[in-house]
Ligand binder design. Structure first.
Ligand code: UDP
Length: 241
């Protein structure tokens, strides 16, 4: 491995700091070592405060990236120099790399309402025809999930993007990752919706000013209760230490 991640605590959870996350993961993928990538933000950190099993999965992940502004600002406040690494952008870098390998690096999109993963895959394949993407929506009955797990095992994708939302996707990956031990598994939240054109990302100027949460609240006001985690995170991380 070219670079060893520095590991820094945020509310007792590890965050890995690297210059080049995609490069690091790409090396792992080529060496067939496999990894679970967690994209940590303030909401997830607060959920892990209440749920020790989620915290334990985050501790076991090979890579925990600073996905959310709250996490980044806290680490900067602690004197660390770092750039935010949004999970969607890391997943996009990995997809571009996988496209160069074509069929020798099959990709899987799992999650979203019926039709979303297929539309997201079609959008990617239009941009990168060499990408080999298989898909499955994220609302399976227990019986169809068993069939799906069997097909995942047979396919052995190199890159598996799981968009079931937090923390469902983290639990799901931790439970099933042994099926494809050499794969890079990333919990991508609503990224499949964004690639499918069902949802949009905040404009760059909001993202660059740490205001992505405001856009989310405007687009999805019903998330307000869940988003109370943000001030709670700020209070706990910055004031209570
Ligand atoms: N989802 C799913 N199966 C479920 C519940 C949710 O596939 O049982 C999908 C949902 O359709 C959406 C994604 O999970 O595409 C959650 O997106 P969100 O933006 O809420 O992710 P988060 O903010 O939790 O990262």
């Amino acid at each position: 491995m070219s670079e060893t991640p520095g590991i820094f605590p945020v509310l007792g959870l590890p965050v890995h700091l690297l210059e080049d996350y995609a490069g690091w993961l790409w090396e792992r993928l080529q060496e067939q070592i496999g990894a679970h990538v967690v994209t940590l933000n303030a909401e997830m950190a607060m959920q892990a405060e209440r749920d020790r099993s989620l915290a334990s999965i985050i501790h076991q992940a090979e890579l925990v990236i600073p996905d959310g502004s709250g996490v980044v600002l806290y680490l900067r406040f602690q004197g660390k120099r770092l750039q935010r690494c949004p999970g969607i952008e890391l997943a996009e870098s990995m997809l571009r790399q996988a496209g160069k390998l074509g069929k020798s690096c099959p990709v899987f999109f799992f999650g979203g309402a019926p039709g979303v993963a297929e539309t997201a895959a079609a959008a990617w394949q239009e941009k990168m025809p060499s990408l080999a993407i298989a898909t499955q929506h994220g609302y399976l009955s227990p019986e169809t999930e068993l069939q799906f797990l069997e097909s995942l095992k047979n396919l052995q994708p190199g890159l598996i993007l799981v968009g079931l939302g937090v923390p469902r996707q983290e639990f799901w990956i931790a439970k099933h990752r042994a099926l494809c031990p050499q794969a890079i598994w990333i919990g991508v939240g609503g990224s499949l919706d964004i690639w499918a054109g069902v949802k949009s990302r905040a404009p760059g100027w909001l993202r660059n000013n740490h205001l992505e949460w405001l856009y989310r609240l405007y687009k999805e006001p019903w998330r307000w209760r869940r988003m109370l985690a943000l001030p709670q995170f700020a209070w706990k991380a910055f004031y209570k230490g």
